[in-house]
Write a protein that binds this ligand. Structure first.
Ligand code: IPM
Ligand code: MG
Length: 356
């Protein structure tokens, strides 16, 4: 039996995860695959129940599973907790670290049916297919932090740290992805200012000797942000530091029409974690308004990456394409002339196509 840990989390998490599980079950049925879903608590929901946003049982459940499907964490209710108990810093970052998930794959693909939904000109984004690899367990989000009182206020510190092996492993993985895709890798850094970036670049350049079939380029992160909106199709695979990747992937999400469309896979450890790149959207939670497609597509990534169930994964992706082709849209991707549906109906439509 294939064991999946399911952590819906907070906000819209409870609405977007069930349709993804249904899609996995339905896609698997055709090929005789069966899944055992075990639910766990994470984020504010876990804090309310147990006093900690990442309970030991949840970590144990994840480690005993093949893969984790996560909804989203956080919300205004938990914003004023001490920082180590907040859903983001107390649960999301640590679960990635505990599971050793150093590489976060964020594919930025534009569905042809949504090319006009982007705020960018259709011709700039139609056919776009890039892969951003965000380093996920090091860098600025994991370095030492400090806040000390001084005359006139405080002195506050965040630290950006990388070791050679940390850079090497995520770069290696990115070169290998580039080999399987368009053969081009762009390493994004700020080597004109940061010591970590200069070393990042050295490590990537050294590795390039082992991957002579990959065309390597380097770009500063500020220029990269501009290039992503100027001409996104120039990129194939990109690899970058944790915070740079966090920022650039939100930007890149908008190229696809909505952040509600972007799935992600966090890999590198024994158990991989799949989650949409968007947050818990407390403003629309519980209203049947959220777009479940990013989570459904994350589940497809799980079938492909963790289980090698290529056909079942492709079936889910095809079903999503069909639903969009039929003109169904959640509010975030709604356009004139299309049919607006809620979270549940969107999930149901995907299932109908999977049933064939
Ligand atoms: C993401 C999110 C998280 C991150 C936050 C919620 C901590 O923005 O997954 O991109 O920065 O990693
Ligand atoms: Mg983010």
């Amino acid at each position: 039996m294939n064991k999946i840990a399911v952590l819906p989390g907070d906000g819209i998490g409870a609405e977007i995860v069930p349709p993804a599980l249904e899609a996995v079950k339905e896609a698997g049925r055709k090929y005789g695959y069966r899944f055992d879903f075990k639910h766990g608590l994470i984020g504010g929901a876990a804090y309310d129940e147990t006093g900690h946003p990442l309970p030991e049982e949840t970590l144990k459940l994840c480690k005993e599973s093949d893969a984790v499907i996560l909804g989203a964490v956080g919300g205004p209710k938990w914003e004023n907790l001490p920082v180590h108990l907040r859903p983001e810093v107390g649960a999301l970052l640590p679960i990635r670290k505990h599971l050793g998930l150093f590489a976060n794959l964020r594919p930025v693909q534009v569905f042809p049916q949504l090319a006009d939904a982007s705020t960018l000109k259709t011709e700039l984004v139609s056919g776009l297919d890039i892969m951003i690899v965000r380093e996920l367990t090091g860098g600025l989000y994991f370095g030492d932090k400090k806040k000390e009182p001084i005359d006139g206020g405080y002195r506050v510190v965040d630290t950006l740290v990388y070791t050679t092996p940390e850079i090497d492993r995520v770069a290696r993985l990115s070169f290998e992805l580039a080999q399987k895709r368009g053969g081009r890798l762009t390493s994004v850094d700020k080597a004109n200012v940061l010591e970590t970036s200069r070393h990042w670049r050295e490590v990537v350049v050294n590795l390039a000797q082992e991957y002579s079939d990959v065309e390597l380029s380097h770009i500063y992160v500020d220029n990269c942000a501009m290039q992503l909106v100027r001409d996104p199709k120039q990129f194939d695979v990109m690899v970058t530091e944790n915070m740079f990747g966090d920022i650039l992937t939100d930007l890149a999400a908008q190229l696809t029409g909505s952040i509600g469309m972007l799935p992600s896979a966090s890999i590198g450890g024994d158990v991989a974690l799949y989650e949409p790149i968007h947050g818990s959207a407390p403003d629309i939670a519980g209203k049947d308004l959220a777009n479940p497609l990013a989570t459904i597509l994350s589940a497809a990534m799980m079938l492909r990456i963790t289980y090698n169930m290529e056909q079942a994964a492709a079936d889910i992706e095809k079903a999503v394409t069909k639903v969009l082709e039929d003109g169904y849209r959640t509010g975030d991707i709604m356009q004139p002339g299309m049919k607006q549906v809620g979270t549940k109906e969107m999930g149901e439509l995907v299932l109908q196509h999977l049933r064939g």
